[in-house]
Design a protein around this ligand. Structure first.
Ligand code: ZN
Ligand code: ZN
Length: 311
């Protein structure tokens, strides 16, 4: 585990990002990937005494156990899905709050209509795939479709967050905890939701499963503008992306170079490379870390257990 944190941060005033799963596409159990971790996408934000969760890859399983461990009743869980591709939801059926009576989960994610996200998630628990239906899982749950451009504000602990559909304007002068959203079409087939979490005038952007175009998508650069941390898809090396034998263009993921370019253009303070290619072992990941620093100096390669304090 590594930590990047100023000393003396107190829980209530803390604004911390913790990586529970950093791998893209599928989990790895290979001993050569243990240093960076094999679980698929799951990132936690701790702010204002709350714990917000981004994506429900296999990394969410350990997080869910920690949330429920010793807590009675289990605290409300707030989960924000980038999209419903299997690597981002495969931990959901094993997420402890969903299995625990009296616990309450709010699950947000992209959906073209009110019930669209619920319908997508029901596929996960189709009787041919899983023995218990989504509705039969014991924990209370509310599934909320987002279109993009929302502002999500948090009331009293455990309550349903308020959603303003007015288009969010950018800017970081935001004291209270809130999330702004941006829907991007830069991922096949149905696009992906990007989230920006604001607290006490600091912010980070969660932008996974996006394939940047030449020069970066202007709307994504604008959405990430000036963020203290940008977590960005960086699944491929440039050589893999343009390889003649197996070109990855059109597969919906960025290269390390693309992530670095967007970070520079958006003038973010720090970049975390994320959604790692599962065939990249720890040695390759260390090479990527060295190379990436040459492209954008303030880059870290996300690894399981890593914590970054923004306050
Ligand atoms: Zn993915
Ligand atoms: Zn995807």
């Amino acid at each position: 585990m590594s930590a990047i944190s100023p000393r003396g941060a107190k829980t209530k005033s803390r604004f911390r990002v913790k990586f529970w799963g950093v791998r893209g596409s599928y989990p790895t159990v290979d001993s050569n990937t243990l240093q960076f971790g094999g679980n698929t996408s799951c990132v936690e934000a701790q702010a204002d005494g709350r714990r917000l969760i981004f994506d429900a890859g296999t990394g969410i399983i350990a997080l869910g156990k920690e949330l429920c461990d010793g807590a009675a009743p289990a605290p409300a869980a707030y989960v924000f899905l980038s999209h419903t591709h299997i690597d981002h939801v495969m931990g959901l059926c094993f997420f402890e709050p969903l299995l625990t009576p009296k616990s309450r989960s709010f699950i947000f994610g992209p959906g073209a209509s009110r019930g669209a996200l619920t319908r997508s998630l029901r596929h996960l628990t189709h009787s041919h795939l899983f023995p218990v239906s989504l509705d039969e899982l014991k924990g209370k749950k509310e599934i909320i479709s987002l279109a993009g451009g929302e502002i999500i504000r948090f009331g009293s602990p455990g309550s349903r967050p308020d959603i303003e559909t007015a288009r969010a304007s950018n800017g970081d002068r935001r004291e209270e905890l809130m999330i702004t959203t941006c829907k991007s079409s830069a991922h096949p087939l149905n696009g992906v939701m990007l989230y920006r979490v604001h607290y006490r005038n600091k912010s980070f952007v969660y932008a996974t499963d996006i394939e940047q175009q030449e020069g970066g998508y202007p709307e994504i650069i604008e959405f990430a503008r000036g963020a203290d941390l940008l977590i960005h898809d960086a699944q491929y090396l440039h050589d893999e992306y343009v390889s003649r034998a197996k070109p990855r263009k059109g597969w919906g993921h960025s290269t390390v170079d693309m992530a670095a370019e967007v970070a520079a253009k958006a003038r973010v303070k720090r970049l975390a490379l994320f959604h790692h290619e599962p065939t990249h072992d720890d040695r390759t990941m260390k090479q990527i870390a060295r190379q990436a620093k040459r492209l954008f100096r303030s880059t870290v390669v996300a690894r399981e257990g890593m914590q970054i304090d923004l306050l």
